[in-house]
Design a protein around this ligand. Structure first.
Ligand code: AMP
Ligand code: GLY
Length: 417
């Protein structure tokens, strides 16, 4: 099987690394890939979807896997499908679950799926009235894609109104903020739930937990995610059943019934309040860094699993009885501004650990950190604690100037251990 992976992050590196272990996978291409993906396959520099589809046709690609949300919401799947090419991911209409918060909230309401009380609007008077009915803090969100930065948690009603005015004026998030969602604040803990879907059926993956804040103890600004682990003991069997029956099943059915069958990775961002799961958001792809810890936990031939899912013929598959912990190493100025490129030195890769490379480029034969989230150090073991210790052992062996990482990944799982 020849596979094309669209994207350039640690998530795409992790998918490729995992799939390269499957029998029958002959060759992997990345569009565009990063400085390290060349270790697993071949990087190609094509951005235009039509050109990329032509490349897939010419090179007899059997399966294209799309990592990030932007190409999905921009319709890459529609272009590939119109040319009879197999691609794993939702089409443009189905990708609206992530691309538009207004669509998402209305979908949840129509399908009676639990979520925070909300109002969608572009009318400030209406927004202002709704804010007055809520208790503080109040959540204000821009409608469109803002790379995870379009959410403001306002401590006072005035602050919420100010945030809404700034979004509506286009000042804070441009077009993405011309419509806003105001929400009640949900107080609980967050989980990331992933399911592989084929339009009708789904198979759940281990429940993961991300760490969105930059610093230990969940302090500091929001980031794309500073580390993850799975499976999380915070989700017991009953909670998982509830999530599957009350959220994932109605989502897959609702999308199919509305003519937007969902094929791809459904990623539900959940807030668990008093043992009840509420949907915070949907994403239509793997999370990053969640993907890096999920990949080593999937048993069987993942390339075949995703190929069958793309054909609407998803079959059940097994998960390994192990835990994975991933610790993100980011560059000096992340998430505020760009950082100078810095050479990466790896002393040793301990057994049962590996690196998923993300923000890296090549400097001759050497890898350099080129900014943002640079790499994810992953440990896999029979217990979370061992997996966490392994991931941090790897952190001790990976060096670049200005590297920063959280020291407390998986702390919620280990609190009572
Ligand atoms: P979103 O992009 O909607 O997932 O929001 C980003 C982050 O904001 C989430 O991961 C939560 O930490 C937080 N958040 C969003 N909505 C709410 C809410 N209604 N209550 C509490 N926290 C929220
Ligand atoms: N780690 C969260 C995300 O990928 O959206």
């Amino acid at each position: 099987m020849k596979i094309l992976i669209v994207g350039s992050g640690g998530r795409e590196f992790a998918i490729a690394r995992r799939i390269s272990q499957d029998s029958g996978v002959e060759r992997i291409y990345f569009a565009p890939g990063n400085g390290a993906t060349g270790q697993i396959g071949e990087n190609i520099d094509i951005k235009d979807f039509d050109e990329l589809a032509n490349f897939a046709k010419k090179n007899s690609i059997d399966l294209t896997i799309v990592g990030p949300e932007a190409p999905l919401t921009d319709g890459i799947v529609d272009v590939f499908k119109s040319k009879n090419l197999r691609i794993f991911g939702p089409d443009k209409n189905a990708a609206k679950l992530e691309g538009s918060k207004v669509f998402m909230k209305d979908f949840l309401h129509r399908n009676k799926i639990k979520t925070a009380k909300y109002l969608n609007s572009s009318d400030f008077n209406e927004i202002s009235k709704f804010i007055e009915t809520l208790e503080t803090p109040i959540v204000v969100k821009a409608d469109g894609l803002c790379a995870g930065k379009g959410v403001i948690i306002a401590k006072t009603k005035d602050e919420a109104k100010k945030a809404a005015i700034e979004m509506l004026s286009g000042k804070s998030f441009g077009e993405a903020g011309k419509k806003v969602v105001i929400e009640e604040f949900l107080d609980g803990f967050e989980l990331s739930f992933f399911a592989i879907c084929d339009g009708k059926n789904f198979v759940s993956l281990p429940v993961a937990q991300d760490h969105k804040k930059l610093n230990d103890g969940d302090e500091g600004p929001n980031t794309g995610g500073m580390g993850a682990y799975a499976p999380s003991p915070l989700a017991n069997k009953d909670l998982i059943k509830k999530i599957e029956n009350e959220i994932v099943r109605p989502t897959v059915n609702g999308m199919a019934n509305e003519g937007n069958s969902f094929c791809g990775v459904l990623f539900v961002g959940l807030m668990i309040v008093k043992n009840e799961p509420y949907v915070l958001e949907y994403n239509v792809r793997f999370g990053d860094p969640e993907c890096e810890v999920l990949m080593p936990l999937i048993d069987g031939n993942l390339a075949e699993i995703l190929k069958n899912a793309s054909d609407g013929k998803l079959e059940k598959f097994k998960l390994k009885d192990e835990f994975a912990v991933g610790v993100v190493m980011a560059s000096k100025n992340y998430p505020y501004s760009k950082s100078e490129p810095e050479g990466i030195k790896v002393d040793k890769i301990p057994a049962n650990t590996h690196i998923c490379y993300a923000g890296v480029s090549k400097n001759g034969e050497n890898l350099q950190a080129s900014g943002g989230r640079v790499l994810v150090n992953v440990g896999v073991a029979k217990t979370i604690k061992e997996a966490r210790d392994l991931a941090y052992k790897l952190c001790d062996n990976v060096h670049f100037k200005g590297a920063k990482f959280r020291k407390d990944i998986a702390y919620q799982a280990l609190k009572n251990a």
